[in-house]
Design a protein around this ligand. Structure first.
Ligand code: M6R
Length: 551
C-alpha cells in the first residue's frame, strides 16, 4: 500500500506481502526490490514471463542481482530505461512495454520525491482517492479504512500519484485516460472477501484468473509448444505413480486419463496414506508425482520420502512456494493459484488440472506422440477456458441456487461419472459432505449395479455427470437404471444431449476432457449453495483443517 499524508512531513511508501512465485520466501527475495544502484524501488504482484531473457541482457550490461525474483529484473530494467529516455515516467513505461506477463507494479524514486508510479497488466490494481492522500493497491481492503472512493485501473494503464494529484495514462502512448471515481459500499469484512460472502465463493469465482495464471509463461505461442523447463532435466517416466490426498488425489486421478491418452504413460493414482504403508513396487524407470496444494500434507510428504528412499525420482506439484514437498522433490512445478483460504479446496484443484493437462501434453511432445492438430485444438481450448468460465459462472451460480431447495432435505447423495468424469464425481461428493455434512458417495456409474444401486429410493437423489463425450450413451443408461428405482436425478450435461431427468443442468462444453473445467465449478457451487442454505460454516467446516500436517 502506498500513502502520502497531509499536514505532516511528506510520506511515501510502498510495500508488498509477497506470495512467492520466483525464489523461496527469504529476505533477499522480499519486496521492495531495488533497481540499478539504488535509483529506484519497486513492489510487484504477478509474474514476468520473459524475465530470464531480460535478466540475461541486463547481466551482460553489468547489473548485479541480489535476489532470484523476476521483480528485481523489472527494477533493473527501469533503471536501464532511465539511460534511454527523458523522464522517469518514460523509463517506467519503456521497461514495462518489454515485460511480458502479469504485473501490478508500483515504484518510488528519489529523483521525484513525493511521486509514486504504478501500472497494471493482467493483475488487479486499484487507486484509492483520499483527502490530501492517495493510494494504490491490489485490493480494496488495503486502503478501505482511509477512503471508499476508488478508480479501477485497466490493463495497460499507468497511474501517477502525489498527495494532491492523480492521473491515469495509457502505457503505450502516455496519453491521459479519462476515469470515473466509484464509491465502495462494502464493510471491511466483506472487502477482504472481495465482496463475496465467503472465501470459498470468492475462490470459485477466481478460477478463470487461476487458469490464466497457470498458463502464463508455459506456452510458446509461436511454435505451439509446452514450456515446462522444471522437467527438462528429468527423463520421461516409463510409469508414473501420482500420489496425493483428498481433492489433490482427485485431480491426480483426472490427470491419469490425459497422461495415458496423450503421452501413453501408464499411471497409478495412489492415496498417499495407503502408498506409504504398502510394500509398493517401484521399477527403476518409475517416477512419482506428488500433488499437494499446501505442500505440507503429512501423508503425501511421507510418501514422497519413501519413494525417494527407494531411488525414485519425484516431481512435486504444489501451490505454496518453499513448503516441504517442493524442498524435497527432485523437481517442482508451482500451480500459481494464489492463497487458498477456504478449507474446502476449489481453485487449487482447477490449477492442478491445468498443470496436469500441460504435463501430459509436454510428455507427449517429448515422446513425439501428439499430432499437430490435437495439440493445436488442446492449446486453443485451454486458452479459451478463462473467458468461457468467467462468462458461465454467474448463471451456474443461479442454477445452483434454484436446485438447492428441492434437495436440501436429502440425507444422502450419489455422484456418478464415467471416464474422466469419475474423479469429478468423487470430488463433487467430497465437496458436498465436507461443507454441508450431507452424506455423499462418488461412484463410477457403471459400478452402481454391483451393489450400491440397492440404496436408491425416492429419498436418495443422484447427481449424474453426463457430459457430451463418447461415454454419454453409457452414462445415460446408468441414469435410466437409477430412475427405474424411482431415484431423483440431477444431470449435469452439455447442450445437445437428450436426457429426461428431474433437473437437467446444462453447462457449456469445451474441447475433449476440458469440459471438466466447467463441470467442476458447477459442482463446487452446488455444494457451496447447499452448505450456505443449511447455515453451515462454509469456510471452516467442523473437524477439518486446511493443512493436514498429522498422520
Ligand atoms: O494441501 P493438500 O492438497 O495436500 O491437501 C490435501 C487434502 O487434505 C485436501 O485436498 C482436502 O481434501 C480438502 N479439504 C478438500 O476440500
Amino acid at each position: 500500500m502506498l500513502s502520502h499524508h497531509p499536514n505532516t512531513v511528506a510520506l511515501n511508501a510502498i510495500g508488498h506481502t509477497r506470495w512467492a512465485t520466483h525464489g523461496v520466501p527469504a529476505e533477499r527475495n522480499a519486496h521492495p526490490q531495488i533497481g540499478g544502484n539504488g535509483e529506484l524501488a519497486i513492489v510487484h504482484n504477478g509474474i514476468i514471463e520473459n524475465f530470464q531473457e531480460l535478466k540475461k541482457s541486463l547481466l551482460a550490461k553489468g547489473y548485479v542481482f541480489r535476489s532470484e525474483t523476476d521483480t528485481e529484473v523489472l527494477a533493473h530494467l527501469i533503471a536501464e530505461g532511465r539511460k534511454h529516455t527523458g523522464s522517469l515516467l518514460e523509463a517506467f513505461a519503456w521497461a514495462l512495454r518489454q515485460a511480458h506477463g502479469a504485473y501490478a507494479v508500483a515504484m518510488l524514486c528519489p529523483e521525484e520525491p513525493g511521486t509514486i508510479l504504478a501500472a497494471r497488466m493482467a493483475a488487479p490494481m486499484i487507486l484509492g482517492i483520499g483527502v490530501g492522500e492517495h493510494f494504490v493497491a491490489s485490493d480494496i481492503p488495503a486502503f478501505l479504512p482511509y477512503t471508499r472512493d476508488v478508480v479501477f485501473l485497466q490493463d495497460g494503464e499507468i497511474v501517477r500519484i502525489t498527495d494532491h494529484s492523480w492521473e491515469v495514462l495509457a502505457l503505450d502512448t502516455l496519453n491521459p485516460v479519462q476515469k470515473s471515481i466509484q464509491t465502495i459500499q462494502w464493510d471491511m469484512q466483506s472487502a477482504r472477501k472481495g465482496g463475496y460472502k465467503h472465501f470459498m465463493l470468492k475462490e470459485i469465482f477466481e478460477q478463470p484468473q487461476v487458469i490464466t495464471d497457470c498458463l502464463t509463461g508455459r506456452i510458446d505461442e509461436e511454435h505451439e509448444r509446452i514450456l515446462l523447463p522444471e522437467l527438462d532435466s528429468l527423463p520421461v517416466p516409463a510409469r508414473l505413480h501420482i500420489i496425493a490426498c483428498g481433492t489433490s488425489y482427485h485431480a491426480g486421478m483426472w490427470g491419469q486419463h490425459l497422461f495415458e491418452d496423450w503421452a501413453r504413460i501408464p499411471v497409478i493414482p495412489e492415496i498417499a496414506s495407503e502408498f506409504r504403508y504398502r510394500n509398493v513396487i517401484l521399477e527403476p524407470d518409475d517416477m512419482v508425482l506428488v500433488i499437494s496444494q499446501s505442500g505440507e500434507t503429512a501423508d503425501t510428504l511421507a510418501a514422497l520420502r519413501l519413494a525417494r528412499e527407494r531411488g525414485c525420482l519425484a516431481i512435486g506439484l504444489c501451490n505454496v512456494v518453499g513448503s516441504s514437498i517442493p524442498r524435497e522433490a527432485n523437481a517442482v512445478i508451482y500451480t500459481q493459484a494464489g492463497p487458498e483460504i477456504s478449507v474446502a479446496s476449489t481453485k487449487a484443484m482447477c490449477s492442478q488440472m491445468v498443470i496436469l493437462s500441460l504435463m501430459a501434453l509436454y510428455y507427449a511432445q517429448r515422446k513425439r506422440l501428439l499430432d499437430p492438430q490435437t495439440r493445436h485444438e488442446a492449446l486453443k481450448a485451454l486458452k479459451a477456458l478463462p473467458d468461457q468460465l468467467a462468462l458461465s459462472l454467474p448463471s451456474m451460480r443461479e442454477t445452483a441456487q434454484k436446485l438447492i431447495q428441492p434437495y436440501s432435505a436429502a440425507r444422502s447423495f450419489f455422484y456418478l461419472g464415467r471416464g474422466h468424469a469419475f474423479p469429478l464425481a468423487l470430488e463433487g461428493a467430497l465437496k458436498l459432505k465436507e461443507i454441508s455434512y450431507i452424506h455423499a458417495e462418488g461412484y463410477a456409474s457403471g459400478e452402481m449395479k454391483h451393489g450400491p444401486i440397492a440404496l436408491i429410493d425416492p429419498e436418495f437423489p443422484t447427481f449424474a455427470i453426463a457430459l457430451d463425450d463418447a461415454l454419454f450413451p453409457k452414462v445415460k443408461s446408468n441414469i435410466v437404471e437409477v430412475q427405474a428405482r424411482r431415484g431423483p436425478v440431477i444431470a449435469l450435461t452439455n447442450p445437445g444431449t437428450e436426457l429426461h431427468v428431474d433437473h437437467l443442468w446444462t453447462i457449456p462444453a469445451a474441447w475433449g476432457p476440458f469440459s471438466a473445467f466447467l463441470a467442476l465449478p458447477a459442482m463446487q457451487l452446488f455444494s457451496y449453495e447447499m452448505a450456505d442454505y443449511l447455515g453451515k460454516d462454509v469456510d471452516q467446516p467442523r473437524n477439518l483443517a486446511k493443512s493436514v500436517t498429522v498422520e
